[in-house]
Design a protein. Structure first.
Length: 288
């Protein structure tokens, strides 16, 4: 009902996040998973992951290759691997499907299944309820969630806008996300204090492709609350809310599809962000 919805939006503005259970159907989740399965089955290991490095110079070239691969992934569908899953010749040491940590960053633009989900009428309707006037999709990622924890962060550190408060994350659980397999944790209300750290493109010729400006404060572990969510659930994530995930201590995977939207009306996208729109892919409108 309308009252319930306005109450929930109030909750979102108060906490900086909102869980909408059963937003997507099991069938929609399964279609995303099987599409990714097909992609991984046909995946080629990128050249920079295949160089057997011996000298420091070759190592630097490899790092440069990795950073170029990352920096130019905004308008492509690319595979990012877990550490230690490839030998120095680029052969898999583990099953292919266990080797990938994420796929990004333009699934929403170039894959029919993910494009349909991102621009689904439910998502567009939710955007309108949130009062978004000119929302554009800036990036998308399929996250496999291996063993590793994700340290506390704010999405606006990586996706900076002027003014702040124009970035919104949509995080979709494609399997049940539990405390055991690494669900998200949030600090309620932490989206009201701005950001203290930014990831920016490094000057050309620098040894790394991106660098951090400012520092991440020490967060109090006791302030985080877990947000387990069932398959098909959607978590709305304010661009400045502090969140993390713990390591996956179970034998179960925790697949998720996530995309970020920016309210483009009256907003400037930082030229220093690692991710930039390209002539091939200007940020597409969420509304179709």
């Amino acid at each position: 009902s309308g009252d319930e919805q306005s109450l929930r939006l109030f909750q979102f503005h108060k906490d900086g996040f909102l869980v909408l259970e059963q937003f997507f159907s099991a069938e929609e989740c399964d279609s995303m998973r099987s599409q990714i399965g097909r992609m991984v089955a046909g995946m080629e290991v990128p050249p920079h992951c295949r160089t057997a490095f011996s000298t420091r110079q070759e190592e630097q070239l490899q790092e440069q290759g990795s950073s170029d691969y990352f920096l130019t992934s905004g308008d492509k569908i690319r595979f990012f691997f877990e550490k230690g899953v490839l030998d120095e010749k680029g052969n898999f040491l583990v099953p292919k499907e266990k080797s990938v940590s994420k796929i990004g960053h333009a699934l929403h633009a170039y894959d029919p299944v993910f494009k349909q989900i991102t621009h689904s009428s439910k998502v567009q309707e939710l955007g309108r309820k949130l009062g978004l006037e000119r929302p554009v999709v800036v990036q998308s990622m399929y996250i496999f969630k291996s063993l590793l924890a994700v340290t506390p962060h704010q999405d606006a550190t990586f996706l900076h806008t002027e003014p702040l408060g124009r970035i919104l994350g949509f995080w979709i659980a494609l399997e049940d996300a539990t405390q055991e397999n690494g669900c998200l944790w949030f600090i309620p209300g932490s989206h009201t204090n701005g950001i203290t750290r930014r990831m920016v493109r490094a000057a050309s010729g620098a040894s790394t492709c991106v660098e951090f400006v400012g520092s991440e404060p020490a967060y109090d572990d006791k302030q985080f609350i877990p947000l387990p969510v069932r398959k098909g659930g959607l978590i709305l994530i304010h661009g400045e809310v502090v969140h993390k995930s713990e390591l996956n201590s179970s034998a179960l995977s925790r697949h998720a599809f996530t995309f970020h939207v920016m309210e483009a009306k009256g907003t400037t996208w930082s030229k220093e962000n690692w991710l930039q729109p390209t002539p091939e892919l200007p940020f597409p409108s969420l509304y179709t």
